[in-house]
Design a protein around this ligand. Structure first.
Ligand code: MRU
Length: 353
């Protein structure tokens, strides 16, 4: 599943009624069902992002770009201005789906700029260009993931064990992943690398997605509950931590799935290197520090009735932030498509300050 395609664009087939469209793997049904959503509908794309049918920062960006391309295609019989208006409307609408992953806004801005900078003479030509732009975003993301994997694999030795949180694998990107990419590259290089996957409450991306995709790829993976990570580290089972990111502030603070900050604190307490792996499209220079990163809050039901079974008293008060921010001082390094950038971090003695 390392090269899985959670999101793809299916070109228009001559002789069929279906125009070019998004092909989305519904991740809410994994690992028990493999169901795809084929759509050009803006509300369906918004819903897919909002409900995590497509999720993971880079994959959300690709889905949003393809959603804009679908909107452009829908208006292609109109003028260039009609297509630009459709692009603006779709970008405004899709931007309201989820707030934290900056890749969403990055991809929407790129599509908007491509539309307004184009010299296409007709709506038809502009729509074609925008489909190509969305496909380019997907292809570039895949190449960035591969490069992240190559750089990250230099940190892995034969026999190493990685701990990861949430899913920053092929399912979260155009394929191959960010935090899991070095594991796939190391595997290609003949290194034996094992993984401990945090299950990642409340939506279980680690259990449902990371464990599943690593098993598909033949990687040795062990699933643990989130509250087991400290014990597993204390037992000396973990050599390195790799996690993804949804937004990285200018000072190196990194937002990722709720629980990542706790893992970083645990890693520092056990003197285990902690790396964040993300394409540069995850950088947000407008956010000076992590305090400027908007944190999504999810519905209470995901905690009280996760997967359809009530596990908390009716009407209990719930707080459900979906992400947290790991301060730069707890991050050993950030790995992008450009290489491994060691951060200054902080000394062991000052880690908790
Ligand atoms: O809520 P999700 O499942 O979209 O959260 C995903 C994460 O936090 C990932 O670690 C992050 O997006 C990086 S994906 C390469």
């Amino acid at each position: 599943m390392r090269n899985s395609k959670p999101i793809d664009w299916v070109p228009e087939q001559t002789g069929t009624m279906m125009p070019g469209h998004l092909h989305i793997l519904d991740q809410t049904l994994l690992p028990t069902e493999t169901v795809y959503i084929d759509t050009t509908d803006q509300e369906a794309v918004w819903h897919a992002i909002k409900t995590l049918q497509v999720r993971g920062a880079p994959a959300i960006g690709v889905a949003a770009a393809m959603g804009v391309a679908a909107a452009a295609q829908d208006r292609r019989s109109g003028t260039v201005d009609d297509v630009c208006a459709a692009v603006d409307n779709a970008a405004d609408y899709l931007a309201t789906s989820r707030p934290t992953a900056v890749n969403l806004f990055w991809a929407l801005d790129r599509m908007r700029r491509a539309a307004h900078a184009s010299s296409a003479a007709t709506g038809e030509a502009l729509a074609r260009e925008l489909v190509d732009e969305a496909i380019a975003i997907r292809d570039e993301d895949l190449a960035m993931c591969r490069a992240i994997g190559e750089h990250g694999a230099t940190l892995l030795k034969d026999g190493d064990t990685v701990l990861t949180h949430c899913n920053a694998g092929g399912l979260a990107t155009s394929g191959f992943g960010t935090a899991l990419a070095p594991i796939y590259v190391a595997q290609e290089q003949g290194k034996r690398v094992s993984v401990y996957a945090d299950e990642t409450r409340p939506l279980l991306q680690g259990a449902r997605l990371t464990a599943w995709e690593l098993m598909q790829a033949g990687v040795d993976v062990t699933l643990i509950c989130d509250n087991m990570a400290a014990q597993v580290m204390k037992e000396g089972r973990i050599d390195i931590v790799f996690v993804g990111a949804d937004r990285i502030a200018a000072n190196g603070d990194a937002a990722n799935k709720i629980g990542t900050y706790g893992v970083a604190l645990l890693a520092r307490a056990h003197n285990i290197p902690f790396y964040v792996l993300a394409p540069t499209s995850t950088n947000d220079s407008a956010a000076a520090t992590g305090a400027d990163i908007p944190i999504e809050e999810r519905g209470a039901v995901e905690i009280t009735e996760g997967f359809g079974r009530r596990t908390a008293p009716a009407n209990v008060k719930v707080y459900a932030p979906a992400f947290d921010v790991t301060p730069a001082k707890l991050i050993t390094g950030i790995i992008t498509e450009n290489g491994v950038q060691e951060t200054t971090g902080c000394s062991q003695a000052s880690w908790a300050k």
